[in-house]
Design a protein around this ligand. Structure first.
Ligand SMILES: NC(=O)c1ccc[n+]([C@@H]2O[C@H](COP(=O)([O-])OP(=O)(O)OC[C@H]3O[C@@H](n4cnc5c(N)ncnc54)[C@H](OP(=O)(O)O)[C@@H]3O)[C@@H](O)[C@H]2O)c1
Length: 289
């Protein structure tokens, strides 16, 4: 269990990491935010300018770190970018921590992309994770590297993160360019940024967190339903059916329903149980602009 006053390192302190860091600092922890461009990290976060893919830049880690959140994401959506962010960077950080004889618990934010299920199946932590695409394969390799390391570790497989400022989907619905595929339902799995923060902060308080949790909200949403709901709330025409072959193959890779029962059983209560509460709040702000 985390101490009342822990030393926390957030490696890859971006959208989720910064919100998590602020939350933990407010709770009294000392929080270091590591990234390459630390200009946006302000007090109470302590900036640490490092590149996880460059061992030399990792030599000035704080000492006596209790908890690490590894929330790095790739610069590029290609295999080299994924390997750098999810495997090589993690390996470097663990190497430095080991050399410094530090033994923090490490939380790694993976993704539901590790599941290749494509028929709308229900998926939980015990379901087979056999990704057939490099993104999921790199994430899974990073997970396994961490879970086989000497560090106490927990992997959180997050769904698509949305929240304040991440409103691309809302804009697309507003512009009329959001589409869905006709035919059998295609499910997507989401989590609001503040529930990423809440769930990670909650897991940090557990005496003995498990090795893998799914981090998704209560309700996998069908893309058509989500887009139609957004259109209705925005008062714009409903989304259109998409027919392109390319879109078909992209979307068929993403059709499973992820369960959050294990996270909920561990004691976490979602602030935004479904997209309606989460997007509802964001829409009120967007419409009010
Ligand atoms: N976004 C989603 O929908 C989603 C879904 C599932 C899982 N996840 C995972 O959730 C985590 C948090 O996502 P997010 O949306 O908060 O990501 P984000 O906003 O892109 O933040 C990631 C941070 O990593 C830093 N970074 C990238 N490469 C780095 C490097 N070589 N060395 C040090 N820092 C580096 C970046 O800052 P600099 O450029 O300044 O270095 C960036 O601020 C990530 O691990 C992501 O893969 C995200």
């Amino acid at each position: 269990m985390a101490k009342n006053r822990s030393i926390v390192l957030i490696a890859g302190c971006g959208y989720v990491g910064t919100a998590l860091g602020r939350h933990l600092a407010k709770a009294g922890h000392t929080v270091w935010g590591l990234r390459r461009k630390t200009g946006d990290l302000s007090s109470p976060l302590l900036p640490l300018t490092s590149d996880v893919t460059d061992l030399e830049t990792l030599q000035s880690l704080p000492s006596q770190i209790d908890t690490v959140f590894y929330t790095v994401s790739p610069d590029h959506s290609d295999e080299a970018g994924y390997r750098a962010a999810y495997i090589n960077g993690l390996r470097n950080l663990l190497e430095v921590l080991k050399t410094q004889a530090q033994q923090p618990r490490i939380f790694y934010t993976s993704s539901t992309a590790v599941y290749a299920q494509q028929s709308g199946e229900w998926v939980d932590e015990s379901s087979p994770a056999t990704p057939d695409y490099f993104s999921g394969q790199c994430l899974l390799e990073g997970e396994q590297y961490l879970l086989n390391s000497r560090f106490p570790a927990t992997v959180v497989r997050l769904g698509g993160i949305y929240g304040p400022g991440r409103i691309r989907l809302i804009r697309k619905v507003q512009e009329g360019s959001a589409t869905y595929q006709d035919g059998s339902p295609r499910y997507t799995n989401h989590i609001h940024r503040d529930d990423c923060v809440g769930a990670l902060a909650h897991l940090m308080t557990l005496e003995q967190p498990d090795s893998i949790y799914l981090g998704v909200d209560n309700e996998p949403s069908e893309r058509r339903e989500l887009l139609s709901w957004l259109a209705k709330e925005l008062g714009v025409p409903p989304p259109q059916v998409e027919v392109s072959i390319q879109a078909e193959s992209r979307q068929t890779r993403n059709n499973k329903r992820c369960k959050n029962a294990k996270l909920v059983r561990s004691g976490y209560t979602f602030r935004y149980p479904t997209f309606r509460e989460g997007y509802g709040e964001i829409l009120r702000a967007v419409i009010g602009q």
